[in-house]
Write a protein that binds this ligand. Structure first.
Ligand SMILES: [Ca+2]
Ligand SMILES: [Ca+2]
Length: 335
């Protein structure tokens, strides 16, 4: 019951003022009525069921560890699915390790896990269901393995600190509301094979200043380049699309008056984050050590890495840049 009430509160917060949200696009009704299942079997903090194919779906996790290593077997059977709402509303989890036996991440599986910071989705996962990471405010970057071919709506909705997501190469449709209200998102890599960007996919991503749209992708009305302003929607200031000439994205940009430029393989400056050498959305010791290795002649950076490392813009990467980036990492001085 507790879970159901909190979910209702979250929905009200999320949907407040969003006059253009067609509710039927996602199963709000299911969110309000269902609470986490309790499995038929229990093993420690895990409640689970055995599916018809003899593999295990984890129905509920009752632990309070900061680091959770989900087992690959329970009761001697292989774990293949994280069930609906299994980890929803768990406030303790910071890091979760999913075993590579898992194929499906269920509806709302990690919904409102406010502390969840590190998640690596293993190669082998094929399906990420509705609202899987909705409201995970501590997530900064997520890389989806190329095994994922099926994503449902709202997967990263309302992730307040999410900055960078690399979508899987096999994805053909970016569903509606995928990044609904992600105010920190600055970069999303959309794979070339995507054919459709669904309604409101990037609605109210107010920090997103550029998006490269694949040549074959059509875009649903207002899915890209718009945010909310009270009960209306408006263009996001400073946003532009990188489009291929004569593509559906160019037509969208014209129809909806979204600024655009032609993409001809040029670097996209909006995607370059100074100091973030490994493109994981964070500037931390990993980046410092990579730049230091370059400066010391141990391991050279490529041209993109050099451009991101030259934080003072003098055309050289040297100890000055290393110390500036290190000062940011230590919290002494922001870049
Ligand atoms: Ca980094
Ligand atoms: Ca420099």
């Amino acid at each position: 019951m507790k879970k159901t009430i909190a979910i209702l509160a979250a929905l009200v917060m999320t949907l407040g003022g969003a006059a253009y949200l067609p509710m039927q696009e996602f199963s709000a009704g299911a969110v309000l009525t269902a609470s986490a299942a309790t499995g038929e079997f229990t093993d420690g903090a895990y409640q689970y069921n055995v599916k018809a194919d003899g593999t295990v779906v984890i129905e509920n996790y009752t632990g309070s560890e900061a680091t959770v290593k989900i087992p690959s077997t329970l009761g001697g059977k292989t774990v293949t699915e994280i069930g609906e709402r299994a980890f929803a509303l768990n406030r303790s989890i910071v890091t979760v390790n999913i075993p590579d036996t898992v194929k499906v991440l269920g509806d709302h599986a990690f919904f409102l896990c406010y502390s969840l910071t590190n998640i690596s989705i293993p190669d082998g996962v094929t399906t990420v269901k509705n609202s899987c990471f909705w409201g995970d405010d501590s997530l900064v970057s997520v890389s989806m393995p190329d095994s994922v071919t099926d994503m449902e709506a709202l997967v990263f909705a309302d992730c307040k600190n999410l900055r960078y997501v690399k979508l899987p190469a096999g994805l053909e449709e970016l569903p509606g509301y995928t990044f609904n209200k992600c105010p920190s998102l600055t970069r999303c890599d959309i794979p070339e094979g995507v054919k459709r960007i669904g309604g409101n996919a990037f609605i109210d991503c107010t920090s997103l200043k550029a998006l490269l749209v694949p040549a074959g992708a059509s875009i649903d009305d207002y899915a890209v380049g718009f945010g909310y302003n009270g009960d209306t929607i408006q263009n996001i200031e400073g946003f532009k699309m990188y489009v291929y000439q004569n593509s559906p994205a160019e037509e969208y940009a014209k129809n909806f008056s979204v600024p655009y430029v032609y993409y001809e393989g040029q670097p996209i400056p909006e995607f370059e984050t100074k100091g973030d050498i490994n493109d994981d959305g964070k500037v931390n010791v990993t980046d410092v050590s990579k730049i230091a290795a370059h400066v010391k002649g141990i391991k050279s950076l490529d041209s993109a890495g050099i451009s991101k490392s030259d934080v003072n813009g003098d055309g050289k990467v040297n100890v000055t840049d290393v110390s500036k980036i290190a000062a940011q990492v230590k919290g002494i001085k922001k870049l």
